[in-house]
Ligand binder design. Structure first.
Ligand code: FPP
Length: 254
């Protein structure tokens, strides 16, 4: 089916509010083409642009992209440097387009540990787009789901010690407000490319009830049409959040 036909099938009433993506397979894509790994990451930027455009066009509230994990520091220095440079180039080249699309840039992770030039670019993009009201583009950079939780715990203890916290009334919502993603809805849909069935330390708390969509497509080949397929599949799912649906009660004899 073509993109425009898929678009017609999308139910605007059942749109995921927040889509999170583990963009995997850049290295394998490059290898298949006989190119250096970094060329896979470069090609991945085309996919990023395509997906931002579609998310913005169909009114998705937030898109979180897992661009660099804390574990990625173990990659060769040359690859890390290239990724940081690509991030800078992406933000620099795309800032006007992001503004035009009313996209608000956000970042989660230990941004303060990234190279200064990358930090500057990120903070500049965040600042320039801070009043935008369209799609929230949330970049997970130097991100770890466990560190996210750990840092929240530290902040909670600090707050408890400095100003006190009513721990009896401290619930999941209160805990969430200490995570990097505070203020964002939890992801409704997680997409992972390149056929790996792992969470890879991504948004461990936030993904508790998220619907997963895994595809063999390598990230640089991922396009709007694949996103639409993922959304259509999501819209067919019955989200029960651990409950049962009305009419599904079973009698005691069953
Ligand atoms: C995973 O592929 C991808 C990454 C670790 C980085 C993703 C980064 C980009 C798409 C470009 C830069 C980001 C921005 C926001 C401009 P992999 O290298 O693990 O692939 P492999 O598993 O096939 O080796």
């Amino acid at each position: 089916m073509k993109e425009e036909d898929l678009l017609k099938l999308i139910n605007p009433e059942k749109m995921p509010r927040h889509i999170a993506i583990i963009m995997d397979g850049n290295g394998r894509w490059a290898k298949q083409q006989g190119l250096l790994r970094v060329m896979g990451h470069k090609a991945g930027i085309e996919a990023i642009k395509d997906i931002i455009t579609m998310c913005s066009d169909i009114g998705i509230q937030a898109l979180t992209l897992y661009a660099f994990s804390v574990e990625n520091w173990h990659r060769p220095k040359i690859e890390i440097n290239s990724l940081m440079k690509l991030l800078k180039i992406f933000l620099r080249n795309e800032i006007n387009e992001l503004q035009r699309k009313n996209v608000k840039v956000m970042a989660i992770g230990r941004i303060q540990e990234l190279p200064l030039f990358a930090q500057q670019e990120i903070y500049n993009a965040i600042d320039k787009t801070k009043n935008n009201t369209g799609l929230i583009l949330n970049l997970a950079l130097n991100y770890s789901g466990r560190v996210d939780i750990l840092e929240a715990v530290r902040k909670i203890i600090e707050k408890y010690e400095s100003s006190g916290l009513n721990l009896k009334e401290f619930d999941e919502e209160s805990f969430s407000s200490f995570l990097y993603t505070s203020g964002l809805p939890e992801p409704d849909l997680l997409i992972r490319t390149s056929g790996e069935y792992r969470l890879s330390n991504f948004m461990l708390w936030q993904l508790a009830y998220t619907e997963l969509w895994i595809t063999d497509i390598l990230w640089p080949d991922f396009r709007k049409i694949h996103l639409l397929k993922a959304i259509l599949d999501y819209q067919k799912r019955k989200r029960r959040f651990g409950k049962i649906h009305e009419g599904e009660e079973c009698s005691e004899n069953e």
